[in-house]
Write a protein that binds this ligand. Structure first.
Ligand code: ZN
Length: 373
């Protein structure tokens, strides 16, 4: 019997059994202490955490005002009060669109399909891409558009932010049309979008100008090497990968590595990065190692010897390596400081499962290194 592909891909991201890592034990994956509780079972059914958190990460990083991010989050979850949602909550008598009276007013109708929304999108989306734009499922339209916006938008600069802001204005426009008497013309929506984006950029540049030091990479003390590691999971298909780079106290590139992982949660992609960094450092004889990672969860998990380390094969393997005869420090760093590791991991995402080793810095990270990352 052959297992389904999605199961095989998940198995591929799990380390093979190893007697030295201890005997197998049963555990409950939804609780930090890996013991069954009714609370964790309930939460596991109602909060698919990893995809939601990953999605929130994408929305949170959008260079748009906070009110737009919050709107995007509510819209993705189907929480904004369209007529469809209002009827479901017994707040309305009909779910028909109040603007065009042509079809059910759900989130996608308001923000994409309603005749007035279409009048905007035809100004923004490349003509050749409109059929695909119209045919995407609700999830793909909301999430895929955030990561593939450059493919669709005529004006590519800041395309994902433009997408989000236009959606927010369309929702505001819908509410104004129903509750105000203001007439809004297409040009004013696009101008309003530009005004919001420019205003946000101006605010951001004022804020960042106050930073004394940009979050650049810092070399380790003499005699030490630093391994920057990262993990990444693509939203569209959950393709995961990890990667990292070793540099010495002079900033010299020692080597880079990455691993395509098929499908696994982001936490395990990050742990694979740590695992491979430790393995490589030990093999190369680096006995003073600083591991830099931008995941608070992983740092917390490693430094506090979290309970999950007791039974997960990958984590147990990491713990065994950490207690070898050497000095290893784990540092939490800013995401921006970890761009090279992020790029190495990203380059392997979606590749055939396996490891890649970079003796020299690949071309796609050289500009980052030149900029001091
Ligand atoms: Zn409509």
């Amino acid at each position: 019997m052959v297992l389904p592909t999605n199961v095989l891909l998940r198995l591929a991201a799990i380390p093979t059994p190893n007697a030295s890592l201890g005997v197998d034990v049963s555990c409950w994956r939804w609780d930090n202490k890996q013991k069954f509780t009714t609370k964790s079972a309930y939460e596991s059914l109602h909060t698919p955490c990893a995809p939601k958190l990953a999605l929130w990460g994408v929305i949170w990083r959008l260079p748009v005002p906070q009110r737009v991010r919050t709107f995007m989050w509510l819209a993705v979850l189907g929480k904004i009060l369209t007529n469809h949602e209002r009827l479901r909550r017994h707040l309305a008598d009909s779910d028909t669109c109040s603007l065009c009276h042509d079809g059910i007013e759900d989130v996608v109708h308001v923000l994409r399909d309603c005749v007035r929304a279409r009048s905007i999108w035809t100004q923004v989306i490349k003509t050749s891409k409109l059929p695909e734009f119209d045919s995407l499922s609700t999830r793909d339209w909301f999430i895929g558009m955030l990561t593939r916006s450059k493919e669709f938008v005529i004006e590519c600069t800041n395309s994902e932010a433009r997408f989000a802001v236009i959606r927010w204005i369309l929702w505001s426009w819908r509410n104004k049309s129903l509750f105000d008497t203001d007439t809004i013309i297409i040009e004013s929506i696009l101008h309003e979008c530009d005004r919001i984006l420019l205003g946000f950029q101006a605010t951001k540049s004022t804020t960042t100008a106050k930073l004394v030091h940009p979050p650049l990479w810092c070399a380790p003390p003499q005699g030490w090497v630093t391994a920057n590691v990262d993990g990444t999971v693509r939203l569209d298909d959950n393709a995961a990968a990890s990667g990292g780079v070793f540099r010495d106290s002079t900033g010299r590139w020692l080597f880079g590595f990455s691993r395509s992982l098929s499908c696994c949660p982001i936490l395990f992609a990050e742990l694979w990065g740590v695992h491979d960094a430790l393995k490589q450092a030990w093999c190369f004889g680096y006995k003073k190692l600083i591991i830099e990672i931008d995941s608070t969860d992983v740092v917390d998990l490693l430094l506090r010897q979290h309970d999950v380390l007791r039974s997960d094969t990958l984590a147990v393997s990491i713990r065994q390596m950490l207690v070898q005869n050497w000095q290893v420090k784990i540092h939490k760093i800013d995401r921006d400081s970890n761009r090279v590791a992020d790029a190495l991991a990203g380059a392997s995402r979606g590749s055939p499962i396996g490891e890649t080793f970079y003796t020299a810095s690949p071309s796609f990270v050289q500009s980052l290194i030149m900029k001091g990352f």
